[in-house]
Design a protein around this ligand. Structure first.
Ligand SMILES: Cc1cc2nc3c(=O)[nH]c(=O)nc-3n(C[C@H](O)[C@H](O)[C@H](O)COP(=O)(O)OP(=O)(O)OC[C@H]3O[C@@H](n4cnc5c(N)ncnc54)[C@H](O)[C@@H]3O)c2cc1C
Length: 343
């Protein structure tokens, strides 16, 4: 078994993990980023057709320019190329395709054991003064709770629209991802019903203005059949049943009879949550929205020396510009503690 020692080990090679690594480097601390898949794996899984809603300077890792022609917003491909360039230019230390077996607090520091993926054969033991959990909120898609939600034509991730050409598709969800998926599918000539729980006025409040604009145009042109104030009652092979319901994020109250809409395929894009099994395996208590309990000032979890960063911290940080700033702050806190002799 190889043995290595670092000031900081960062779990997760997403934007927050990369920002934390750059901050560690800037402060002269040794670091290693461990990811159970490849670099920025969440972004790899985003829709192939995605154009981000943020400008490139907001998607950048601090201090490293992310140029875009004519100030366009980056596509998924642009972002993947950019983060590869950051990792290469900054010579970040990466151990990708390694999953975490255990993180333990010992007198000498934190002991991390990982296993090589995908064959899971070799294990590696490493030690760190601090470990940062930057594993994100992308791992587990939220599932609908209605009958039929597990049928094979119900998907929780969207990659590419062409295979749905000409088919009736129900998209469920009220966020930017659901709406842009509905728009992309509609442009590819799928016949779209978009079902949202929230009634018309509030549903716009958490959507980007240009997403609302494009949706309104598509609805006006009859390209998207928008149903708001509804929940999915049940899903069958060729159709789904929607039911009017008073909006309540936890327990919506049905207030009308279910009615069918054509649905050869269903995309349930209702958000995702952290890998709760992994976080529980580390012995961490979770908040109601499945994030590790941590100190709001220091971001330290219940395990001394184990910190959280990026979108895992809170919904308010689930945007690259905020996640990168918070990740850098965590490293500053760790650096101060290490400088003060706290291990
Ligand atoms: C469709 C979509 C569009 C978006 N558009 C924008 C936008 O325009 N602008 C914006 O600012 N934000 C956008 N976001 C949000 C943004 O992607 C997230 O805020 C950001 O990715 C969070 O970064 P992170 O590093 O915290 O987590 P992630 O990017 O999720 O990275 C987590 C990393 O941890 C790894 N990992 C997971 N579990 C483990 C484990 N157990 N051990 C080791 N590694 C692990 C993963 O493989 C991954 O590489 C969008 C999100 C989605 C879903």
């Amino acid at each position: 078994m190889a043995l290595e020692r670092y000031d900081i080990i960062i779990l997760g090679a997403g934007p927050a993990g990369l920002a934390a690594a750059c901050e560690a480097q800037d402060r002269g601390l040794t670091h290693l980023i461990v990811d159970r898949r490849g670099l920025v794996h969440s972004f790899v899984e985003y829709p192939q057709t995605l154009r981000f809603f943020s400008p490139s300077d907001e998607m950048a890792i601090d201090g490293i320019p992310f140029p875009m022609r004519g100030g366009e917003k980056p596509t998924r491909e642009d972002a993947l190329a950019y983060y590869r360039a950051v990792a290469a230019a900054r010579r970040l230390h990466l151990a990708t395709w390694e999953s975490v077996v255990s993180v333990e607090r010992r007198a000498e520091g934190l002991r991390l054991v990982t296993r090589r993926e995908p064959n899971g054969e070799a294990t590696v033991e490493r030690w760190a003064c601090a470990v940062i959990l930057a594993t994100g909120m992308w791992d587990q898609p939220r599932r609908l709770a209605c009958p039929g939600a597990d049928l094979p034509h119900v998907f929780s991730r969207f990659h590419e629209p062409t295979e749905f050409f000409g088919h009736p598709v129900l998209v469920v969800g009220g966020g930017n991802s659901a709406v842009t998926t509905a728009l992309t599918l509609s442009e590819a000539h799928a016949r779209i019903t978009l079902a949202m729980r929230r009634p018309p006025v509030p549903y716009q409040s958490h959507l980007r203005p240009f997403v609302v604009r494009d949706l309104e145009i598509a609805v006006e042109e009859g390209k998207i059949d928008l149903r708001v104030g509804v929940i999915v009652h049940r899903i069958e092979a060729e159709q789904a049943w929607l039911q009017p319901a008073e909006y309540d994020p936890v327990e919506p109250h049905p207030c009308g009879e279910p009615y069918p809409v054509p649905a050869r395929f269903v995309f349930a894009l209702i958000g995702q949550t952290a890998d709760t099994a992994f976080l529980s395996q580390l012995g961490l208590s979770l908040t109601p929205d499945n994030r590790p309990v941590s100190d709001p000032e220091t971001y330290e979890t219940e395990m001394p020396g184990l910190y959280v960063a990026g979108s895992l911290v809170s919904k308010s940080v689930d945007i690259v510009i905020k996640g990168r700033a918070q990740a850098r702050r965590v490293v500053q806190i760790i650096a101060e503690r290490l400088a003060g002799g706290q291990r």
